[in-house]
Design a protein around this ligand. Structure first.
Ligand code: TIU
Length: 219
């Protein structure tokens, strides 16, 4: 059974049984004070605002039988998967791996690296730890999606122009039809979010589609 929803640049048609919701990096490290996002000098309140919308999207996906994937940007405790080029950029006093108010910054298993409570993964949902900005780089995401015959990906999460856009471009190059939910994604830079939405759907949907959550709830 396929469903068609209003979207840009044109309507988006998908079959729930071959669709996955991919929620990118809704982690305390980006959304709460004291984590990686704030260490880079950002106002994290801009990201916290979308949590209720992402929660509503997650509830809809669970109810509709979509496969659900959560990602976490994270590194091994010994930093063996964190290139020095990544670690040395950003704030000099609070680098990846340094001790912060929520444990070691961006380190797998640290309290700050967890997904926020309101969006906690449920049993049977896939959690992908990713060392890069893209969700496919150095992870098993491609194999996991292929094994489930997934063809369509609905994206949400943070930040729009960094990890969400990188992951969506990786997915687009792998042949997935991708849609970004406009009000379920956020950036520390609102203008970058708007620019990303425009980039994705320009040129006939060069990277994919965008639509608000209301397009799905109406359908
Ligand atoms: N800094 C920033 O905007 N984002 C990241 O570092 N990672 C993600 O987007 N998850």
């Amino acid at each position: 059974m396929t469903i068609t929803i209003p979207a840009l640049p044109d309507p988006f048609t998908f079959d729930p049984s071959t669709t996955a919701l991919v929620i990118i990096d809704m982690q305390r490290d980006f959304i709460e004070p004291g984590g990686f996002g704030e260490s880079l000098g950002n106002d994290v309140a801009l990201l916290a605002q979308i949590v209720p919308t992402v929660a509503a999207l997650l509830a809809l996906a669970r109810q509709s039988g979509w496969f659900v994937v959560h990602t976490r940007e994270s590194h091994a405790a010994d930093l063996s998967d964190c290139p020095p080029a990544k670690r040395l950029r950003g704030a000099p006093n609070a680098r990846i791996g340094d001790e912060g108010p929520m444990g070691r910054i961006l380190i797998r298993g640290a309290p700050g690296n967890a997904i926020v409570d309101a969006l906690a993964p449920a049993e049977g949902e896939l959690v992908i730890d990713k060392p890069g900005k893209g969700a496919f780089y150095a992870t098993l995401l491609a194999q996991e999606l292929e094994a489930r015959h997934i063809t369509h990906l609905v994206f949400a999460g943070v930040t729009t122009e960094v990890c969400v856009q990188t992951s969506m471009r990786e997915a687009n190059d792998r042949g997935y039809d991708c849609l970004l939910v406009e009000d379920a994604t956020a950036s520390y830079f609102p203008a970058f979010k708007l620019a990303t939405l425009d980039m994705v759907r320009s040129q006939g949907g060069i990277v994919g589609w965008t639509a608000p959550l209301s397009s799905f709830t109406a359908a």
